[in-house]
Design a binder for this molecule. Structure first.
Ligand code: HEM
Length: 405
């Protein structure tokens, strides 16, 4: 096909208004997929709707967005800007590899898998406190707490510091995505304290090495010898932030779907360990918390009969790709028994930036949900099921659960 025969972005339909928030996004995406493989948005980003568009993230035809998103928000200096400038997530090429390698090496699968007993212990403690005692705020009092406690334990943060650590996480998680202008000052103040705390943790390990992740990380950065102090500490903050709202939302939505499908919940209760992997695979597919992964095109591309121009931003919609009927049978059905999951779950991205915390996220979700099924098999949702809102990491709405034995 010659370039002139290709359609252009102008030929694409606009994304439907309902395609960004709430339960309506899935129906909107399905209708949009039927019309064209891509959709335009009002802010000029092209949404890629098919599962095969994962390829846009694995080759060398695209790059990660760097500090541009913050500059567009008018943030050009200060802690949020510095975080974006120094984090692996917003870097490309050698810079990205340099920052990612020491983390990937030490945040290894085996170490994260070994956290499973700790996750069970924490989940058992949290459930034990409220079992049979009426409804709880599941988002704040379980789903946010669990990843925070686990990452605190990985970083060797003493129990007495956990309340302030939790506040920092809550205050600063927005630094990863859109920062509401009215909240910038508060976020930045909190981030400054958080960074100072991480700096102290790293200094402690340099002075008094221990048998733990942080000591190994410090050693790996020293062996590499090519990261500055700002980069070294920013990756730790990045780990904490990237693993918080993502795991929180995924835990909520997976439990919510299970409780809305009583037959599947009963199956899970009967065999938590046998089914926990399938439950998490399906929860991540059915309600992905990362809505879309944007990339900048480094050259003109021809995809599915369209010419996508160099310099344009294409965001591969996980919300759509994970319900693509080309890949998943009955994609709109929540089914913990499905056998057509992809080898590399796209909820964790693809290519150079694929989630470095996948093993930990899986350990947390699988063990927490299996513990709920074991200890609180008659649990129920109280009120409306939660929904995922608008954002790069889709925020989860309120969720109330009564844990019942
Ligand atoms: C269910 C939970 C999680 C989901 C759905 C998730 C999803 C993702 C996705 C889609 C990306 C790629 C973003 C991109 O390509 O632009 C990513 C990257 C990343 N994730 Fe996760 N994540 C989860 C949990 C975690 C956890 C627990 C950690 C660490 C404690 C973590 C740390 C990171 C980091 C550091 C990156 C950046 C990797 C890089 O740029 O090379 N994530 N995650």
């Amino acid at each position: 096909m010659t370039i002139s025969a290709l359609k252009t972005l102008d030929d694409l339909p606009m994304a439907e208004p309902g395609s960004f928030e709430g339960q309506s996004v899935y129906e909107a995406m399905a209708r949009m997929r039927d019309r064209a493989p891509f959709a335009r948005t009002e802010i000029g980003i092209t949404l890629a709707l098919r599962n095969r568009h994962i390829a846009l993230m694995t080759g060398d035809a695209t790059r990660q967005i760097e500090t541009e998103t913050k500059m567009l928000q008018g943030i050009t200096d200060g802690p949020i800007f510095e975080f974006t400038r120094l984090a692996m997530l917003f870097a490309n090429g050698d810079v990205h590899r340099r920052r990612r390698t020491p983390v990937a090496r030490t945040f290894a699968f085996k170490l994260m898998d070994a956290m499973r007993p700790k996750v069970r212990e924490i989940a058992e403690g949290m459930i034990g406190e409220v079992l049979g005692a009426g409804p709880i705020n599941f988002v704040d009092d379980f789903a946010a707490l669990l990843p925070a406690q686990i990452i605190a334990s990985i970083l060797g943060i003493p129990q007495s510091d956990i309340p302030v650590f939790l506040t920092w996480i809550q205050d600063t998680a927005a630094a990863l995505g859109f920062v509401p202008p009215e909240e910038r000052a508060r976020i930045e103040a909190s981030m400054t304290d958080f960074m100072a705390y991480v700096t102290d943790l790293l200094d402690d390990r340099r002075k008094a090495p221990q048998e733990d992740f942080l000591t190994d990380y410090v050693r790996a950065t020293e062996a590499a010898g090519n990261l500055d102090e700002g980069e070294i500490r920013t990756q730790i903050l990045g780990l904490i932030l990237a693993g918080s709202d993502t795991t929180r939302g995924s835990l909520c939505m997976t439990l919510s779907e299970l409780l809305q499908h009583p037959e599947q919940w009963q199956n899970f209760v009967a065999d938590p360990d046998g089914l926990k992997r399938g439950v998490v695979q399906e929860g991540l597919r059915y309600q992905p918390v990362v809505s879309a992964i944007p990339r900048v095109l480094l050259r003109d591309l021809e995809v599915d009969g369209y010419r996508l121009p160099e310099g344009s931003v294409v965001a591969v919609s996980l919300v759509s790709a994970l319900r693509d009927p080309d890949v998943f049978a009955d994609p709109e059905q929540f089914d913990i028994h499905r056998t057509d999951h992809q080898r590399w779950h796209f909820a964790f991205g693809a290519g150079a930036h694929r989630c470095v915390g996948e093993a930990l996220a899986r350990a947390e979700m699988e063990e927490a949900l299996a513990t709920i099924a074991r200890l609180a098999p008659n649990s129920r949702l109280v009120g409306r099921p939660p929904q995922l809102g608008f954002g790069a990491i889709r925020p989860v709405s309120a969720m109330t659960v009564a844990f019942e034995a």
